[in-house]
Design a protein around this ligand. Structure first.
Ligand code: T1G
Length: 680
């Protein structure tokens, strides 16, 4: 027997245990001995039942994603599941932790599934640009019905054990020892003397509610936004209903082979590992101990401060929220209360949880109340003098060892740290609005930030469900600096002939949730206008709209018109006329601009700025930049982030097209970064 698979006996019941830390992925060195063990046990007449269990913290969490893209070594998962279904003796999977993907498919090859109360079961392959390729799309509908199976497979969201029991996915919840419960369960089945039915033969739920299935399938088709996997999932579940089992299974394998070889899945698998890689920071080894964060102080109860307070309270961490006066504090806490009430009204949060979270946030106007905070996040007005004053005051207040973070979205964190007597404790924690929702958290490592402070920020970021990316100090860090580059051609494209709706359409066809002009109208044009004025910059068209009071949705007009104060953008002839006038005044003959040119002139500067950021060491790795853009700005996951997408396009092509546009426009945004020259 191998180290990864062992067999023990509880009298007539054999227990097969998989042990492949950290998540019992079904790597080849697990599959091979597992297949051998099951073959042997199937033929052993002294064995009357088989339990499949896992050591460590979880049942099998899936196929080994690192094996994709390489020749699949036999036995493969499907071979193991097929073997399981030939075993007449009752078999049961004993599930704890998360049975995901190939792990759940392995469990579906068993007659029964016994779960620990805290277990979760799911098929998240769609998040990797795949569909369940181990029979999940054909077996799961047989246990939970097609509509529920479709929802589980297309969302990739696991269900808790209790729900799985109610749905028929799990046969029993273990009370006490999980493996013992599974052994007892099989003994009970043996005593009944009934032939156990393999999942493949259970068809009673397949005809369930076809209308609900079609509604769900139509709904996801609308939301797929160019992603192939969700549509393939629906097709495969539909096959499970309409085709004989083996034909549906063969169709699933064909769809899987197509997806796993496609760019979208390569992009999404890249993001899976990139997200985990981002949390590994040069200089922060496992020896660097993160400080415990039992209480957080937040300075500023505005939109960001309030959202950040909620992010910590949602993770069960008590928050002291400080404002300059009672009125501002009341506004801030009032907004937080409204946000929780809205979640309860929407049904996404129950009353008790909302009340519990709200109770974790206490307001104050007295700095002394921050004295027991292990982490203090400053979310005050975006002004250097204001921030430096706050950090100077914190010297008198913050306890020794407290981490002092600023939420600035682009100011120099070194300059802010210089106002503190403990610069080693200072770093940036750049949340993205709404801070209680957006996953991305840029952690800005200043020159003097200590490894311990950084480790503490990384650790608490994960605790509050954020995806942390460590970045260096520069104007706008990684995300906002690159956003400026991506927007740098907007006015030129408009002057030369493109319309806002055409640019936005090119973006949504590329896979973005919305285009830049819709985004500006949503966020408010006045923000950019104020920033440009502060920096002495102009943007003829955007400034003209602001001077006309067209700030976007909030004023009913911006780049688009919004009828009756609604949110639906309608192209506005007045904007088209403004663009025409400004272009004529500059002697620009407008022309039709293709979507391809729009994407090149917006996305190549984005990639080029990412290359400069890597060249300057502001980001640790190209994949970190992808994680920033996918989680902070909605870059299409099917493209893997700006740097992965550039690789898909071809670095040679990227260099050539940047040089072309640099030659044609002379603008610096296209001057190819030397970092690109080493790319193949
Ligand atoms: N394959 C390979 N490595 C994996 C892995 C996997 N399936 N899952 C996790 N890891 C690594 C991960 O990279 C990290 O490595 C370490 O394990 C801990 O992970 C045929 C085709 C289970 C919820 O999509 O969702 O089955 O950084 O940091 O936060 O139909 O891991 O330490 O070097 O995430 O406690 C389907 C993916 C695969 C589940 C645990 N399964 N994993 O979260 O730990 S495709 C999945 C997760 C498939 C079949 C299809 C999470 C977790 P390192 P971690 P965690």
């Amino acid at each position: 027997m191998s180290r990864s698979v062992t067999v023990s006996r509880d009298n007539e019941i054999a227990v097969v245990t998989i042990d492949n830390p950290p998540v019992n992925a079904l790597s080849h060195h697990v599959r091979e001995p597992l297949y051998a063990a099951l073959t042997e046990l199937a033929a052993d007449d002294t064995v009357r039942g088989i339990v499949l269990a896992c050591a460590g913290r979880t049942f099998v969490a899936g196929a080994d994603i690192t094996e994709f893209g390489k020749p699949m070594q036999k036995p493969d998962l499907n071979g193991i599941v097929a073997l399981l279904e030939t075993i007449a003796k009752p078999t049961a999977a004993a599930i704890h932790g998360t049975a995901l993907g190939g792990g759940l498919e392995l469990a579906l090859g068993c007659h029964f599934r016994i779960a620990d109360r805290t277990a979760r079961l799911g098929l998240p392959e769609v998040k990797l640009g795949l569909l369940p390729g181990g029979g999940g799309t054909v077996r799961l509908p047989r246990l939970v019905g097609p509509a529920k199976a479709l929802r589980m497979i297309v969302t990739g969201t696991p269900v808790p054990a209790a729900e799985a029991l109610a749905d028929g996915l799990v046969d029993a919840i273990a009370e006490g020892d999980l493996t013992g419960s599974a052994v007892a369960f099989l003994r009970g089945k043996l005593a009944e003397g009934v032939r156990p039915i393999p999942v493949r033969e259970r068809n009673d739920k397949l005809g369930e509610d076809p209308a609900a299935f079609e509604r769900a399938a139509a709904d996801l088709a609308r939301k797929a936004r160019g992603l192939e996997a969700p549509l393939a999932c629906a097709e495969s579940v539909r096959n499970a209903v309409s085709l004989p089992f083996d034909q549906a299974l063969a169709a699933e394998h064909a769809l899987f082979r197509k997806l796993v070889a496609g760019d979208q899945s390569k992009a999404q698998r890249h993001l899976f590992f990139a997200e985990r890689e981002a949390a590994k920071v040069v200089g922060i080894g496992k020896d660097v101990k993160a400080g415990d964060v039992a209480r957080v102080g937040i300075i500023g109860a505005g939109t960001m401060g309030g959202g950040i307070a909620m992010a910590f309270a949602n993770a069960g961490i008590p928050v002291t929220l400080l404002e300059t006066d009672d009125a501002a504090l009341a506004r801030g806490t009032g907004m937080i209360g409204k946000n929780y009430a809205a979640s309860v009204a929407r049904g996404s949060l129950d009353e008790a949880t909302a009340a519990r979270r709200l109770a974790l946030i206490s307001g104050t106007t007295d700095y002394a109340a921050l004295a027991d905070a292990d982490l203090i996040v400053e979310a005050a007005f975006e002004d250097m003098a204001v921030k430096r004053d706050i950090f100077a005051r914190l010297d008198q207040v913050a306890k020794a060892g407290a981490v002092l973070a600023t939420n600035t979205s682009y100011l120099d964190v070194n300059a802010i740290a210089a106002a503190s007597a403990r610069p080693e404790a200072v770093l940036g924690m750049h949340f993205f609005s709404p801070a209680n929702v957006m996953k991305l958290l840029e952690i800005v490592r200043a020159e003097k930030t200590s490894p311990e402070a950084l480790a503490t920020a990384l650790s608490v970021a994960k605790r509050i469900g954020k995806i942390p990316v460590v970045v260096g100090v520069c104007h706008g860090f990684v995300g906002n600096r690159m956003l400026t580059a991506r927007s740098s051609e907007n006015e030129a494209l408009l002057m030369e002939g493109a319309l806002p709706a055409e640019i936005d359409r090119a973006f949504t066809d590329f896979g973005w949730p919305m285009g830049p002009f819709q985004m500006y109208d949503l966020a408010g044009l006045d923000i950019g206008w104020r920033n440009r004025k502060a920096r002495g910059e102009t943007a003829a068209l955007a400034d003209a709209l602001c001077e006309a009071g067209r700030f976007g949705q909030k004023t009913g007009k911006g780049w688009y018109a919004y009828a009756d104060g609604g949110r639906t953008p309608t192209p506005d002839p007045d904007v088209e006329a403004l663009i025409g006038r400004e272009a004529a005044a500059r002697g620009i003959a407008r022309r039709t601009i293709s979507a391809e040119e729009i994407i090149e002139r917006t996305h190549l500067p984005l990639v080029n700025e990412g290359a400069r950021i890597l060249e300057e060491g502001i980001a640790q790795r190209a994949s970190d930049i992808d994680i920033v853009w996918v989680n902070g700005y909605g870059f299409p996951v099917g493209k893997g982030g700006p740097m992965f997408w550039a690789g898909l396009e071809g670095w040679q092509k990227v260099r050539e097209r940047l040089a072309y546009w640099h030659e044609r426009t002379g603008r610096d945004a296209f001057r190819p970064s030397p970092w690109l020259s080493g790319r193949e």
